[in-house]
Design a protein around this ligand. Structure first.
Ligand SMILES: *[C@@H]1O[C@H](CO)[C@@H](O)[C@H](O)[C@H]1NC(C)=O
Ligand SMILES: *[C@@H]1O[C@H](CO)[C@@H](O)[C@H](O)[C@H]1NC(C)=O
Ligand SMILES: *[C@@H]1O[C@H](CO)[C@@H](O)[C@H](O)[C@H]1NC(C)=O
Ligand SMILES: *[C@@H]1O[C@H](CO)[C@@H](O)[C@H](O)[C@H]1NC(C)=O
Ligand SMILES: *[C@@H]1O[C@H](CO)[C@@H](O)[C@H](O)[C@H]1NC(C)=O
Ligand SMILES: *[C@@H]1O[C@H](CO)[C@@H](O)[C@H](O)[C@H]1NC(C)=O
Length: 465
């Protein structure tokens, strides 16, 4: 006997009305050898004026469904027809789905914003409780005001999203600064007192990579931890597809580096697809450990040079950009440069971008507490990561560069993590030998900026106020 497979056959109709959707679930019943599916047409409520076309469409859908019932005998061969009809209905309503999505998107976005604000208010209150100051007091007042603004948006639908987002980002950044930057940090580093770099010298080091000019991507520098006695110069070439590397070359001194003598090669992973393989021109040598972006992950790796033990931490944020999602891209994209480590007077940093930050540069502080690697604070900047060619940190300030011409790169943007202020108007030139900049990193011990310039290794002296 052929049946309606009655209880299991449902018809899902998508109804559209002002900005939100309803789904009606209808069970087919076996009546007199016919499959009967009652459709409650009073649920098809459309604001007629604005969505007349949709309403007409909906009505004709209803009509064709009814016709179909009349014609259809309950037989299993009709099921495919039903399915086709459903698909047809879905396909025909598809163009109107955006109406629904747009409304839902806005509502979701507002809800998420509200949650973020609530969390921020909690964080600020806690901060104020721990180390109350006029700054935390002011933050608390501003956060409350912003929450009120957002609540107004729920009621009056004034969608000044851009303004609110901007304010939220600024408040979050300031809370991060209050929380993690010691107020007196700049006075312990006299050259950092005013923060900003004022000029950059012509290259003080120029050398072709000892691996050869075909290794166009990688990173290089000098051990960057101020309290460490190690004085290694190091090169980390990306040998596989100019994207992945497993080798670190160390020279015990500047003289050895310049003469390419006495090197030690350390292998960090057993293959180019190992989970500890280095991805992108990301590495920095800090103390006796190499920090870098680990293979096809959102993780930072810390490789202990003597024990070869690897510790990892996952970057925070919604949708951390990896696998060429947010590489440095100004003028020419540098493959797999999504995540970039750096070091300065304050310690270790990582620059990257996330979907949550809309692809803008984000910078986080990293800390090794002797046992674990942690991300302790995160700031969001206003500059789109793919619109810069590289970045580095000095005195707690993030600097971003852009391509000038084949012989000149330019620092054009700075973001100060201790004040959350930024500056788009810098124009500090960096002379270079080749077109592409794979990596840039600052060294707080000699205040030099190290550039991996295609296969050339360059260094510059940074000048401060
Ligand atoms: C079922 O069919 C009979 C005879 O064809 C008819 O009298 C009856 O009204 C039908 N029942 C329903 C619920 O349609
Ligand atoms: C049809 O839907 C409306 C509103 O969606 C509801 O009030 C009414 O009771 C429904 N009628 C039946 C017969 O289910
Ligand atoms: C849906 O069915 C109608 C007529 O029943 C037909 O004209 C139309 O092309 C079909 N659309 C799709 C996407 O199959
Ligand atoms: C900045 O450095 C460049 C390169 O050494 C030099 O030519 C220039 O005069 C300097 N500018 C200032 C304002 O000191
Ligand atoms: C590397 O590992 C060794 C052995 O566990 C440890 O003694 C040393 O402190 C570690 N060095 C660093 C920089 O973590
Ligand atoms: C670092 O993270 C570990 C766990 O991953 C945690 O136990 C430890 O307390 C954290 N340290 C700091 C300084 O936050």
């Amino acid at each position: 006997m052929s049946t309606c497979s009655a209880p299991t056959m449902f018809l899902l109709l998508l109804l559209l009305c002002a900005g939100e959707s309803q789904a009606q679930r209808i069970s087919g019943r076996l009546v007199n050898a016919s499959c009967v599916c009652p459709v409650n047409s009073s649920a098809w409520t459309f604001p007629t004026l604005r969505y007349e076309a949709v309403q007409q469409l909906a009505e004709s859908c209803e009509g064709s469904v009814k016709n179909q019932w009349d014609q259809m005998k309950v037989a299993s061969e009709h099921l495919p027809q039903m399915q086709a009809l459903l698909q047809n209905l879905t396909a025909r309503l598809e163009p109107y789905l955006y109406l629904r999505k747009r409304g839902v998107h806005t509502a979701l976005w507002l809800r998420k914003l509200g949650q973020e604000l609530e969390k921020l208010e909690g964080d600020i209150d806690r901060l104020h409780g721990q180390r109350g100051s006029s700054e935390t007091q002011a933050l608390s007042v501003e956060a409350t005001q912003l929450r009120k603004d957002v609540e107004q948006m729920y009621y009056y639908d004034h969608l000044n999203m851009k303004g609110v987002k901007h304010k939220l980002r600024y408040l979050k950044n300031r809370a991060e600064s209050c929380q993690s930057i010691p107020k007196d940090f700049r006075s312990t580093q006299p050259h950092c007192r005013k923060g900003l770099i004022t000029n950059i010298s012509s290259p003080v080091v120029t050398k072709i990579s000892p691996f050869g000019k075909s290794y166009i991507s990688g990173s290089w520098g000098r051990q960057a931890q101020q309290t460490s006695s190690r004085d290694s110069y190091w090169i980390q070439p990306l040998a596989n597809g100019n994207a992945w590397g497993i080798t670190l070359r160390l020279y015990p001194s500047y003289e050895n580096f310049m003469a390419s003598t006495n090197h030690e090669d350390i292998t960090l992973a057993s293959s180019y697809t190992d989970k500890h393989t280095i991805e992108g021109p990301s590495a920095v040598l800090f103390g006796d450990a190499l920090y870098y972006h680990c293979y096809k992950s959102a993780d930072i790796c810390r490789f202990n040079l003597s024990s070869k033990a690897v510790a990892r931490v996952t970057l925070p944020g919604d949708g951390v950009g990896i696998n060429n999602k947010f590489p440095y891209c100004y003028y020419q994209c540098r493959d797999y440069s999504d995540v970039d480590l750096g070091a300065d007077e304050m310690g270790l940093w990582v620059a990257y971008a996330t979907l949550g930050s809309h692809g803008n540069l984000v910078v986080s502080r990293l800390e090794w507490d002797g046992e674990a690697l942690n991300v302790t604070s995160t700031w969001e900047t206003r500059v789109f990561k793919k619109a810069v060619s590289n970045a580095f940190l000095a005195c707690g300030v993030l600097y971003a560069t852009r391509y000038g011409d084949d012989g000149r790169e330019e620092v054009f943007y700075a973001f100060d993590t201790s004040t959350s202020q930024d500056d788009y108007l810098l124009a500090l030139p960096l002379e270079k030998v080749a077109k592409g900049v794979a990596s840039l990193s600052y060294n707080p011990r000699d205040k030099q900026i190290y550039m991996y310039n295609d296969g050339y290794l360059l260094a510059y002296q940074a000048m401060f106020y």
